[in-house]
Design a binder for this molecule. Structure first.
Ligand code: SF4
Length: 339
């Protein structure tokens, strides 16, 4: 199936000075990242803090410029659009199609605006509706996320975290987008509220015909909502696989590390594997040579320290590891009787 959006060899480097007179330094936040999302798919991007997943989301919506590579959007009925080549004005129509939901609704919603204006603002900016039609649209979309019409005159602080996130979702959906990028959209919520918001996102996906890019560090959440998962480490894609495949048969040692951190409720199925990772995540400005994961990988060999593995097809996954075919890694749900 043709991708709705593809990211092709995208790199992002931040340059800065340490102190007033310090030498210029650079951080490679994204390095040659390629991925795609099909229409109607929920693609999760996972990894630890600093792996580049949020930077990637921001590059896709052009909240920041890229250093190299491109983002191509393929709207139905139109020729493909290279978003990264567009200036602010040319990008504006496509901002209706691609919207973002942020992690912390308290900081992403303007505390000085009433709920009505928060949700109506995108309609006004894009001149989509006004007057009575605008009011009806705002009330309609708030209703779809479970916010009653009598709430439109209140301010964000009057709502709980879950309700504020619903308002943020309404603001993202009011322009009838095609692609929604949810950046840690449920991370700030209590677990019970997380489930409600995830179910809401799932319902809205069907109702609005949405495609999601779901950025998260939480593999439990990802397992619940995603069709496919891209695992990132130090600004690189290290594995890209269907969700079920990734959880049952991870191919990259870093994916195994993430799965190992998942809590397992049944103690008789407790995973007895050797601790799969060592050391801290390296500083981005001092990126390891060869495989970016070699400083922490228990399978690292000499070749890993010099040769960077390319992403390549292994089974149903794409994996960046020299030994992906031969490593014996176990999934999150592998049986391992207690001894
Ligand atoms: Fe580990 Fe080597 Fe594979 Fe990198 S290439 S993940 S260091 S085994």
């Amino acid at each position: 199936m043709t991708a709705l959006l593809s990211v092709e060899n995208l790199s992002k480097t931040f340059t800065f000075r340490s102190g007033w007179f310090g030498p210029p330094q650079s951080l490679d936040a994204l390095s040659d990242v390629s991925l795609s999302v099909a229409p109607g798919e929920t693609l999760a991007i996972v990894g630890e803090s600093g792996c580049g997943k949020t930077t990637l989301g921001r590059c896709i919506v052009k909240a920041m410029p890229v250093s190299a590579g491109k983002v191509v959007y393929r709207p139905q009925g139109y020729a493909p659009v290279e978003l990264t080549a567009l200036d602010k004005r040319a990008m504006k129509p496509w901002r209706r199609d691609i919207r973002m939901i942020f992690q912390d609704p308290m900081s992403s919603l303007n505390p000085n605006m009433r709920v009505f204006d928060i949700v109506a603002e995108p309609l006004r900016i894009h001149k989509v509706a006004r007057g009575r039609a605008l009011e009806e649209k705002v009330v309609e979309v708030l209703g779809k996320v479970g916010i009653a019409p009598d709430a439109i005159g209140r301010y964000p602080h009057a709502f709980s975290g879950g309700q504020r996130q619903r308002i943020g979702i309404a603001r993202a959906l009011v322009l009838d987008p095609k692609l929604v990028i949810a950046d840690e959209a449920v991370s700030a919520l209590d677990v019970s509220i997380q489930a409600q918001v995830l179910n809401l996102l799932e319902d809205l996906k069907g109702e609005f015909g949405l495609t999601y890019i779901f950025i998260s560090h939480d593999l439990g959440v990802v397992n619940y909502i995603a069709d496919r998962v891209v695992v990132m480490y130090l600004g690189h894609v290290v594995e890209d696989a269907p969700t079920e495949t990734l959880f049952e048969r991870p191919r990259h040692p870093y994916t195994e590390v993430l799965l190992e951190a998942l809590p397992i409720a049944d103690p008789t199925r407790r995973n007895k594997r050797e601790k799969a990772v060592r050391g801290e995540i390296p500083y981005l400005g001092n990126r390891p040579t060869g495989c970016p994961f070699h400083t922490r990988c228990r399978f690292a060999e000499d070749r890993c320290r010099t040769d960077k593995p390319a992403l390549r097809k292994v089974g149903q996954a794409e994996v960046a590891c020299h030994f992906a075919e031969s490593l014996e890694l176990k999934g999150a749900y592998a049986e391992a009787p207690m001894t």
